[in-house]
Write a protein that binds this ligand. Structure first.
Ligand code: XMP
Length: 330
């Protein structure tokens, strides 16, 4: 990895020169590693980072991103607050593909508007955290000629802005040949915290694909709370082998179902929302198996969620593998 950094130093410096570089960051491992790499190699005056807070992010995500990037020595971090725009675009939409498309289209619109607002010179470079699996999953390499079979539309690889920059030869994708474990190794070499490096993947459309049916601010807030408790528990709990459950699991999250079920509160009957917990093992997200929890862990996590989030009355555990189920619910 040190050799990789040296190679990147030489090729990036030659390609980019003194020009500005804009990186769109998501808060995930891949784009954070690219950010760290750019800031290590280039002058921080050249590096512009842009992050969109869509309102579909996890609890405290924007603050987390700010702190992480400040630690890397970033000078220009542009945070775009666009929660209202995303929530109004999603209003009344319940079809999963329509939701994905709405989010993807709005991402593109806001991205173009905000990038134009930065007023960067025409010849700036655009950097992306594309990794090998993105190229394979999206099927959008030059040789494949486009998507073969769309299971879920994916918004990460192409947008008009990206395509225009690609055409102009001004795209930088330093991780495109790396597998996820190599990206993590590179992050360690660049001095990133283990907490960021071991973060589970998070999908581009965010909580919208984990809230079945219509996405509202209330639903996002309920899901954020439940999800944060689940993840915190996984980081604290140990497996029989002694490692944190979070580190044994490839990806874990909560899903908010569009149904209410009966429960009791004191002497009263109440109808509250149902959460499904998903935790899977796997290597790359192409296939997955449900994580085999000790029942005691599940019961305690469930009790903490229903005890702390009053809108939730019932917790289930998703025991489906991929295939036939996908990892995300929508
Ligand atoms: P599925 O649900 O397709 O998920 O089995 C496989 C992996 O991809 C993530 N995922 C996405 N990631 N943009 C992303 O960046 C997306 O649109 C998207 N959809 C799914 C999912 O979280 C899992 O890790």
């Amino acid at each position: 990895m040190n050799q990789f950094i040296e190679e990147q130093r030489q090729s990036l410096k030659t390609r980019v020169g003194e020009n500005p570089v804009l990186l769109l960051i998501s808060g995930g491992v891949d784009s954070t590693v690219v950010g760290a790499l750019l800031l290590k190699i280039l002058d921080s005056e050249q590096v512009h980072l842009m992050y969109m807070d869509t309102g579909l992010m996890r609890k405290n995500e924007t603050n987390y991103v700010k702190t992480t990037l400040a630690r890397l020595g970033t000078k220009y971090l542009h945070i775009v607050h666009c929660e209202d725009e995303f929530l109004s675009a999603l209003k009344g939409k319940i079809d999963p593909e329509e939701k994905r498309k709405t989010i993807g289209d709005l991402f593109i619109t806001i991205q173009e508007r905000e990038v134009a607002r930065l007023g960067l010179p025409e010849n700036y470079f655009l950097a992306q955290g594309t990794i090998r699996a993105d190229v394979i999953e999206s099927g959008s390499t030059a040789s494949s000629g486009g998507k073969t079979n769309v299971i879920k539309s994916h918004h990460n690889v192409g947008s008009p802005l990206v395509e225009a920059k690609r055409k102009a030869g001004r795209i930088i994708e330093p991780l495109e040949k790396l597998y996820k474990n190599e990206v993590r190794e590179l992050g360690r070499c660049l001095g990133l915290d283990e907490e960021i490096i071991s973060r589970h993947p998070f999908p581009g459309p965010g909580l919208a694909v984990r809230i079945l049916g219509e996405v509202t601010k209330t639903q996002c807030d309920i899901l954020r709370e439940a999800d944060a408790i689940f993840i915190e528990e996984l980081k604290q709990r140990r497996s029989p082998a002694g490692s944190a459950l979070y580190d044994e699991i490839w990806q874990a999250f909560a899903v908010l179902l569009p149904i209410r079920s009966t429960g009791v509160s004191g002497d009263m009957r109440k109808y509250s929302w149902v959460i499904a917990l998903r935790a899977i093992t796997g290597l790359d997200g192409m296939t997955a198996e449900p994580y085999l929890f000790e029942m005691k862990d599940l019961l305690e996590i469930s009790a903490r969620i229903t005890g702390s989030v009053k809108e939730i009355g019932r917790v289930t555990y998703d025991i489906s593998g991929k295939p036939p189920a996908t990892i995300e619910w929508e």
